[in-house]
Design a protein around this ligand. Structure first.
Ligand code: ADP
Ligand code: MG
Length: 348
């Protein structure tokens, strides 16, 4: 029809643009926690404490003993694309830190009330600053404090009512927070992690400093899993990867599937690898039952693309199919090696 009018195209307001982008990166409290844990690890912390109120929706606070943030950087630290980690695009191929694009704190400041308290080794006192929509609010105030950083996030999604409504269950959000923390704790046993619900005397989760992966699995996931763990590493020259694995033998199984996967220290998901590993176990475990699997893969950084997903949950890597196949073979061989007698016995 002739009377159809095209829409008028206008540029969105900057605050709207930032809030939309932030909502993609920070989908729920657990995404925020992942970003904050990675920042604390990037800052070489050995102690990381997380405090939570209402599943992280009311308060998500993380305290570390890392490098701290310089006073002069507090001005811009929450702006989008401000980072101390990446300088040139080419450096992304060699990136050794979790962060690289300076979006986490900015995003959080667009969807929550954010404050940072921090002290570096050089400065005599600490500073506390509050942020809104990427900008420093007022001036940083001098304060006492130990070296390190406390990031406090309050009223997450206060300005996104639909999102808030979708996240109705603080218990579920807390569960997801503790899953993220648990995984990082298993992968980083040198660092001590604590997770607390505000107001509760006992921490919900705590691992000691200078622990081990097996010990942390025992503390967090229980002795039934820890005592069935089979440990192996595998180095592959052809497809250029190294794998460290801790997985349960076929005597153990659970209704809940647990796969902790790290690629170049990053917590990621790989449906292809999970399916492959599950297929190996399916031969041995009762129907609908699953193993506990921890895998840490190390690839040459130039074979890995970390910049494919806003939450960085997904990564792309070279030789993916081949690597998955090799790992599958490894798991199969190791399970057989350690369990041939028991499986035989069971089949009688
Ligand atoms: P990125 O991690 O991609 O650089 P972020 O928005 O997560 O972006 O953080 C911005 C910057 O703030 C970091 O590059 C780092 O310099 C600093 N920073 C954030 N959290 C911490 C922390 N816990 N300890 C020390 N510095 C931090
Ligand atoms: Mg970061």
């Amino acid at each position: 029809p002739e009377d159809l009018e095209p829409g008028v195209i206008r540029k969105l307001d900057e605050v709207v643009v930032n809030r939309i982008a932030a909502g993609e990166i920070i989908q729920r409290p657990a995404n925020a926690l992942k970003e904050l844990l990675e920042n604390s690890l990037d800052a070489q912390s050995t102690h990381i404490q997380v405090n939570v109120k209402n599943g992280g929706l009311k308060l998500l606070q993380i305290q570390d003993n890392g490098t701290g943030i310089r006073r002069e950087d507090l001005e811009i630290v929450c702006e989008r694309f401000t980072t101390s980690k990446l300088a040139r695009f080419e450096d992304l191929a060699q990136i050794a830190t979790f962060g690289f694009r300076g979006e986490a704190l900015a995003s959080i400041s667009h969807v929550a009330h954010l404050s940072i308290q921090t002290k570096t080794a050089k400065e005599k006192c600490g500073y506390k600053a509050t942020y809104a929509d990427g900008k420093l609010h007022g001036q940083p105030k001098p304060c006492a404090g130990n070296q390190g950083t406390i990031i406090s996030i309050e009223d997450l999604f206060y300005n996104m009512p639909q999102r808030r409504q979708a996240l109705r269950s603080p218990a579920e959000e807390f569960q997801r927070l503790s899953e993220v923390l648990a995984r990082y704790a298993v992968h980083n046993p040198r660092v001590g992690f604590t997770l607390r619900k505000q107001g509760e005397a006992q921490p919900a989760l705590r691992t000691p400093v200078a622990s081990s992966r097996t010990e942390n699995i025992r503390i967090i996931y229980g002795a039934a899993i820890a005592k069935e763990l089979l440990e192996f590493s595998h180095r592959d020259e052809m497809f250029k990867f190294q794998a460290e694995c801790l997985l349960t033998q076929v005597n153990y199984s659970a209704k809940k599937s647990q796969m902790l996967l790290f690629i170049n220290q990053r917590l990621v998901e790989s449906p292809a690898l999970k399916t492959a590993v599950d297929a190996v176990y399916a031969t041995y475990l009762p129907r609908g039952h699953h193993p506990f699997v921890y895998m840490s893969l190390t690839l040459p950084p130039q074979n890995l693309d970390v910049n494919v997903h806003p939450t960085k949950h997904e990564v792309h890597f070279l030789y993916q199919d081949e690597i998955v196949e090799r790992l599958k073979e490894q798991v199969e061989a190791r399970l057989l090696g350690s369990n041939s007698t028991r499986t035989f016995y069971k089949q009688l």
